[in-house]
Design a protein around this ligand. Structure first.
Ligand SMILES: Cc1cc2nc3c(=O)[nH]c(=O)nc-3n(C[C@H](O)[C@H](O)[C@H](O)COP(=O)(O)OP(=O)(O)OC[C@H]3O[C@@H](n4cnc5c(N)ncnc54)[C@H](O)[C@@H]3O)c2cc1C
Length: 488
């Protein structure tokens, strides 16, 4: 008998979502991630949980409706990680006609009805707070609802849920060879040690690495798809409102500027084809200049390349509507007689990742008995509260741990939800939480991340389990490295 029912290669959002779904349906699952969970595109996204307004122009009504239904599910199952936001499109004379934008938003409201988010509006921003950060000529704007998500924490908590339902999650474990018979025989380099396991089915969920893994690990013809690089910049906060600005750039692309970790603004994306190893994708000076220029068409405060505090880029499989690989991604399923099944995930976005995993795992139904679809209604770890009660959760955290500032409590509840108790325990003062690294991070939180969320290195903690790397002084970073080495 094979060691596992399903082996998953790739610990990005697609891989962990498949592991969660399958483990919850009773399969014996193992997942291999060569680096850290979310170390690929899944920690570099624009963080939008959205129906994709631009898709309406391409008449993708069903896709928009499906994505908006997923938005509703995310609010229900991950109320700590997913935050409803108001998105603002300033009307620009050179771009889409205002009536067209308004009509699109009315349709968007209709497709997303019943989720309790405020409807769209036309607003005069001449004297409105959302207009303060913008250049003078903007008098009218359109406001609508969508959500932002903490993408890399979503990966970690999905993996945690999978593990709590029995999945084995191995990070630092690279799959180097897969031989197919009536089951799969996988060779893994697991933290320097070669291991072999067998599984009845395999999922290739390696994002931009899918073609490389198909060719070099599975030794099969790679799928005929290109890879795109997408890049973003992070600058000091450009506006005070809790708003995501959507700019219609002069090349027709939508540019998003969103609040990022309290003190920063994330601006993206620049997109172009990519060749090479997705692990070394990096933002070019040209992409930085493009994004600064796009922001400068709208914001009053100028953004220069020298203002960029960090860039964020990732590689994704090309989304080619002609090949029917849209933002929902594609799933291919290969199951010949007497040959173990293979699922390949061809990209796809954060918003529809849960549904994609559900569909992918359901393809295995003829092979195994498994329980029913379940992920749309089951809260992620720490997400067992109503999203309307987020502020009440923050208040309750401040009552229980009265040494927390409002901002600290907000960050911690957004990261851990009701699992915050497991992080802070019965601490009565900040000193009870061990050494401090930078203004926010404590030894207790780092230990929790190492024990429960697979954090191994300082970068895992600073750039994926949190984004505290943005405010971490270099000396404290060094202290964190030493602390984690001693806690291993
Ligand atoms: C800049 C950018 C912005 C985006 N913005 C949005 C957005 O706003 N909203 C939205 O919904 N979507 C967005 N997306 C899309 C979304 O982020 C990705 O489609 C999604 O995260 C892809 O997840 P994945 O699991 O397929 O790939 P990845 O996250 O890249 O994961 C693949 C994993 O496979 C691992 N791997 C590869 N080879 C091996 C091997 N041999 N053995 C073991 N492990 C291996 C890699 O290390 C990697 O961690 C954006 C993408 C980018 C790049």
């Amino acid at each position: 008998m094979a060691d596992y029912d399903l082996a998953v290669i790739g610990g990005g959002l697609n891989g962990v979502s498949i592991a969660r779904d399958a483990a919850g349906r009773g399969l014996r699952v193992i997942l291999f991630e060569q680096g850290d969970l979310g170390g690929g595109a899944s920690s570099a996204s624009s963080r939008l949980i959205h129906g994709d307004l631009a898709m309406l122009e391409r008449r993708g009504f069903l896709r928009v409706r499906r994505a908006l239904a997923e938005r509703r599910s995310w609010l229900r199952i991950a109320p700590h990680l997913v935050r409803p936001m108001r998105f603002v499109i300033p009307a620009h004379a050179d771009e889409r006609a205002p009536w067209l934008v308004r009509a699109g938003l009315l349709l968007y409201d209709r497709l997303g009805q019943d989720d309790g988010l405020p409807q769209s509006e036309t607003i005069d921003i001449t004297h409105h707070p959302v207009g303060f950060a913008l250049k003078r000529p903007f008098g009218t704007a359109f406001e609508y609802s969508d959500c932002l998500v903490d993408d890399s924490r979503l990966v970690a908590l999905t993996a945690m849920d999978a593990a709590e339902r029995g999945a084995v999650i191995r990070t630092g474990a690279r799959c180097v060879r897969a031989d197919r018979d009536d089951s799969w025989r996988l060779a893994i380099i697991d933290r320097g040690h070669r291991k072999v396991i067998t599984a009845r089915a395999l999922a290739n969920a390696c994002g931009a690495w899918v073609p490389i893994v198909a060719e070099t690990v599975l030794r099969m013809p790679p799928p005929a798809t290109g890879v795109m690089q997408m890049s973003q910049i992070i600058v000091r906060r450009l506006f005070d409102t809790d708003t995501v600005y959507v700019f219609q750039n002069n090349d027709g692309r939508l540019i998003f500027a969103s609040p990022y970790e309290r003190d920063f603004t994330l601006i993206g994306t620049a997109v172009h084809p990519f060749k090479g190893d997705p692990a070394i994708v990096a933002t070019s000076a040209g992409d930085v200049a493009y994004l600064c220029e796009a922001a400068n068409r709208y914001f009053r405060e100028r953004v220069e390349p020298s203002d960029v505090v960090r860039t964020l880029s990732g590689a994704n499989l090309a989304l080619d509507p002609n090949r029917r690989v849209g933002r929902d991604g594609g799933i291919s399923f290969d199951a010949k007689r007497r040959r173990a099944p293979l699922i390949t995930i061809h990209g796809g976005d954060v918003t529809t990742s849960r549904l994609r995993a559900e569909r992918a795992v359901s393809r295995l139904l003829p092979f195994y008995p498994m329980s029913r679809r379940w992920t749309a209604g089951a809260p992620m770890p720490g997400g067992d509260f109503d999203w309307h009660r987020f502020d009440a959760e923050v208040e309750a955290a401040r009552d229980r741990w009265d040494f927390l500032s409002e901002a600290q409590a907000q960050r911690l509840v957004a990261a851990y939800g009701t699992r915050l108790t497991a992080v802070l325990g019965d601490a009565r003062s900040r000193a009870d939480l061990g050494p401090a690294f930078g203004p926010e991070l404590t030894g207790a939180e780092v230990r929790y991340l190492m024990q429960r969320e697979w954090a191994r290195f300082a970068d895992d903690v600073l750039w994926r389990r949190s984004r505290l790397g943005l405010t971490m002084p270099p000396a404290d970073r060094d202290a964190l490295v030493a602390f984690m080495a001693s806690a291993m």
